[in-house]
Write a protein that binds this ligand. Structure first.
Ligand SMILES: *[C@@H]1O[C@H](CO)[C@@H](O)[C@H](O)[C@H]1NC(C)=O
Ligand SMILES: *[C@@H]1O[C@H](CO)[C@@H](O)[C@H](O)[C@H]1NC(C)=O
Ligand SMILES: *[C@@H]1O[C@H](CO)[C@@H](O)[C@H](O)[C@H]1NC(C)=O
Ligand SMILES: *[C@@H]1O[C@H](CO)[C@@H](O)[C@H](O)[C@H]1NC(C)=O
Ligand SMILES: *[C@@H]1O[C@H](CO)[C@@H](O)[C@H](O)[C@H]1NC(C)=O
Ligand SMILES: *[C@@H]1O[C@H](CO)[C@@H](O)[C@H](O)[C@H]1NC(C)=O
Ligand SMILES: *[C@@H]1O[C@H](CO)[C@@H](O)[C@H](O)[C@H]1NC(C)=O
Ligand SMILES: *[C@@H]1O[C@H](CO)[C@@H](O)[C@H](O)[C@H]1NC(C)=O
Length: 459
């Protein structure tokens, strides 16, 4: 069959697969891609207000490539790409929905499936995969647990999607009528990640995707391509923050805690004290289908707390310790990410046990960076309990013109965990630099020694 010799979109993604072995290439975009491929055989045939200043063009794109026309419809390859810098894909994965413009049905589907077949009673003999006017598609990465996507992400997702029998569905297609004039684009796309928060725009016809053939010598083109862009809004996702920040320093004993009820106190009735006997009950950590948290009782009632401790002052450098604590008994965070904004992050010299990547959304922003776990070491932030925390230290070179411990300068301006902005303590509640005290730098030999110790501790 002619179609078989032509490149199919899987080929394109196989090339990406190689890159995915490199750490984070799969997770960070454009390096990191999250792909889903599905082949639909289709028969017969609100605008986002989201805006994230640190990732202004962040979005998820759903691309439909019509690969062939048939007598009564088309075959399309559907690809989803995550173009967000630091908002990952959480378990239990995506749910994608849309409305058909007319009376289309999905004849077959590879790489994913619809949740309901709908009423296909009109069909005698072979029955379509789904007859619903508003199909809902799930399992876009079949059989790939979230925590394995890291090492194996694109390969697992794309190949298992195609491996189900791509040639089978391809061979079912005849070389039928071409009709990019009569095709009706699906409408009202919806995308649910682990929760709400995404809004999708209308499908837009874009220049047809060009694919490389299997032997990479020839290029072929989709017959028609349309894109749908979905963006995330934290406000739509939830009214309350899902994390908070606390501060401390070496120059003042007082700790500035997370604000009370920083994440809303409506769950307070159902929280569990850290010494509760209930915690020994079997199944207490089992996640719920709808991801309802089971929180440890705290005054802030946040699932996540980020603590920023100003730890040491050297002559030319200063050191900060960052700790992230999980208070949710029902959630392991895999591939977590932490974004912080601080004027000295433009001169990070070393980050000890997290990986680090500066975020540069615009040329003028250079004070923001992303931290994430080291593979096999702390990329898993365990459920609440003794192991429910990860920590690291960072060493920054002082900028002589601006560096100071006064006025809370040493504390971050903004913090995001997994893409959601964390609630900071109110202004002017940071640990003050005592008037009399002078935050004396420690000698560089101490610095060298502690560097060495830390390296030993990590490896
Ligand atoms: C989606 O993200 C990509 C990559 O950042 C960007 O090039 C594109 O313009 C974005 N699309 C929209 C509609 O924002
Ligand atoms: C359509 O989406 C693909 C990725 O899914 C992207 O590479 C391409 O740039 C998009 N086209 C437009 C015009 O947004
Ligand atoms: C899409 O949604 C709008 C607004 O909710 C509705 O008026 C319209 O009928 C929907 N389109 C289809 C094809 O269902
Ligand atoms: C439709 O198909 C014709 C012929 O194949 C092509 O010239 C035209 O550019 C296509 N239009 C779109 C919108 O893809
Ligand atoms: C978290 O991971 C650990 C180790 O893999 C597992 O024993 C535990 O049940 C998981 N907890 C949750 C809430 O998924
Ligand atoms: C960082 O951004 C600031 C503000 O736009 C600019 O003045 C400064 O030169 C930049 N620094 C570097 C190292 O690029
Ligand atoms: C960052 O450190 C380098 C090396 O000392 C220095 O030249 C540069 O001016 C520093 N940048 C800022 C913005 O302080
Ligand atoms: C430490 O900081 C607090 C504010 O968080 C302030 O009230 C207190 O006076 C400071 N302690 C000293 C010794 O300055």
């Amino acid at each position: 069959m002619e179609f078989k010799n032509q490149a199919n979109p899987a080929q394109e993604n196989l090339q990406e697969t190689k890159e995915c072995y490199q750490r984070w290439r799969c997770y960070l975009v454009p390096e990191l891609k999250f792909n889903l491929l599905a082949v639909l055989y289709v028969m017969m045939f609100s605008h986002a207000v989201a805006y994230d200043p640190l990732d202004p063009t962040g979005n998820i794109t759903i691309k439909w490539d019509v690969m062939s026309w048939t007598a009564d419809g088309y075959v399309a390859a559907v690809t989803m790409n995550n173009f967000q810098m630091y908002r990952g894909i959480m378990s239990p994965g995506w749910t994608l929905g849309w409305n058909w413009a007319k009376k289309e049905v999905i004849w077959t589907m590879v790489g994913s499936q619809t949740t309901e077949q709908g009423d296909c009673s009109k069909f005698k003999g072979s029955v379509p995969h789904c007859c619903k006017r508003n199909p809902t598609v799930v399992d876009l990465l079949p059989g790939v647990p979230y925590n394995q996507q890291f090492s194996n992400c694109c390969k697992g997702g794309v190949l298992s999607g195609w491996a189900q029998d791509p040639s089978g569905s391809v061979s079912a297609v005849g070389v039928a009528g071409t009709s990019n004039k009569t095709v009706k684009l699906p409408k009202n796309f919806t995308l649910l990640g682990p929760g709400p928060g995404y809004t999708c725009g209308p499908a837009k016809i874009v220049p047809s995707t060009v694919f490389l053939t299997t032997d990479r010598r020839r290029k072929t083109q989709a017959l028609m391509t349309w894109n749908v862009t979905c963006t995330y809004s934290q406000f739509l996702a939830s009214k309350n923050p899902s994390c908070c920040v606390s501060f401390s320093s070496f120059y003042n004993d007082s700790i500035t805690p997370c604000p009370s009820c920083a994440c809303g106190c409506q769950n307070k009735k159902n929280c569990i004290r850290s010494d509760s006997k209930l915690l020994h009950r079997a199944g207490i950590n089992t996640p719920k289908k709808d991801n309802t948290p089971l929180l440890q009782c705290t005054h802030h009632m946040c699932p996540i707390r980020v603590h920023w401790h100003v730890k040491l002052n050297y002559k030319d450098y200063w050191r900060v310790k960052v700790a992230i604590t999980n208070f949710n008994y029902r959630m392991n965070y895999t591939q977590w990410s932490l974004v912080a904004q601080h004027p000295n992050l433009n001169n990070v010299t070393q980050v000890f046990s997290f990986d680090y990547k500066p975020l540069v959304p615009y040329e003028s922003i250079n004070d923001t960076g992303m931290f994430y776990g080291m593979k096999y070491y702390n990329d898993l932030l365990m459920e609440a309990g003794p192991q429910g925390n990860v920590q690291s230290e960072l060493l920054m070179q002082k900028n002589k013109d601006t560096f100071t411990f006064k006025n809370g300068w040493a504390f971050p301006r903004k913090v995001y965990f997994n893409g959601d902005e964390c609630k900071l303590p109110p202004p002017d509640t940071y640990p003050f630099l005592p008037n009399s005290a002078y935050a004396k730098p420690v000698a560089i030999s101490t610095l060298a020694a502690s560097l060495f110790l830390l390296v030993l501790a990590i490896w």
